[in-house]
Design a protein. Sequence first.
Length: 461
Amino acid sequence: MPGDTLDIEVWGKYVDVANANPSLQAFLASIASGTAAAGTIVDGSNYGTAAGNAFPFDDTFLDKQDDHDAGPKAFLNFLVFDRDYNHIDAKCGYKQLPNDAGEDGTGKAFKPLTQRIIIDKPGYVYIYLSNDNVVLGGGPVEVYFDDFKITHRKSQIVQSDDYYGFGLSFNSYTRENSVAQNYLYNGKEQINDLGLDWADYGARMYMPEIGRWGVVDPLSEQSRRWTQYNYALNNPIRFIDPDGMAASPYYDENGKFLGVDEKGFAGEIRITDQKTFDENSKDGVADSKSMEARTNGEANFLGVQDAGLSSEAMSNIYTDVLDKGGYDMNKVEGGAIAVSNGDDKFNNPNTTKDPNSPANTDRATGKISVDQQKTGTKLLNTVENVRSTLGDHEFKGHLEGKVGSFGDHYKAYENQFNNSQNWSDATPEFKKAIEKSHDNNTYLYNRSRHDQYYMMKPHKH
């Protein structure tokens, strides 16, 4: 796997006949003539490449003929291949036994040959020892290798995937015996049933082979320049489409969705007017840098919680953000979030006694209400924060999950924690507030759950 490291080590020496002392020369001569003393063992005398078992790889590209070191042509060799058995020349090589590894009969030490190989791509490594002195034009030399060792250090990488712009993977690999990871391109789950290889974006299934969705864009009338099946406005290098719905949220003062910028339907919810949006857009997509600049000293937009919108406008925005996130608003009373802001009320909202909690759900009627005057409402300023609170906590926790307000209330908070997409992209201030509420709620109403969850986390009440 990429990042793996191989450390290779072997110790070697050779018989230096030219400089050997007389006793060693006499002993070698007796072996060669067959007159060696009884008990002399010649190990490996028949070693070689048997017929029909030729060396399996072509190593002629190692160019050992060009090696002019004074030592014998005896080598530690290493050939590195990719998964298709194509050798990677830059990683292949050899280490030659040095000249000072000659044994002259005085008990010279073995000399080490070492090599470290850092793997760049998945494949194979073939490591072998060779005595090529005769093959490379020299005379026969006795060479001895000992303590041959290979240490394989695996990297922390267990899976790696590269992608073309539209999400088709290539050069992908997974470490052997590892657990499959199916959340791939854009963090979306890969659906491999029946060989589909679709990516589940929640609202729609995506086919990276053709860069198209499987069904039409439900907001295609707002993007008539593009096919109804387009992904990221046919430009995935510049744009993202994190949920299969529309891209980044700009609304007008009535809560009408105006369009997108190149960052995708994520992050800060912005309020502007149609004229400003059009002047800072191209092909229906706002340029975020242009929008963030000031025109005649005036900002081009306001944050959703700073714009002083009516309750009806806020309801339109909250409802649209949830609807685009795949939350079934047909299950909500009136098909819309109820909002109150003092005397300004829309969709007959309920109230909550908690001064910080911005929202509550009537499980009997299906009404989800937001009080704009609650302290926590200021944090409902991004797509992720809104979906985490009104979608994962209120809708999925209290409405669909029938979670109560006391002993099992922690489940609604943990719905938020467990939605990796919304929670990971929520703002730090929002996360801190939600974690504090979860901490306090479990401490008051479910001490066993509190102790279980916070046992290893320092905190105080």
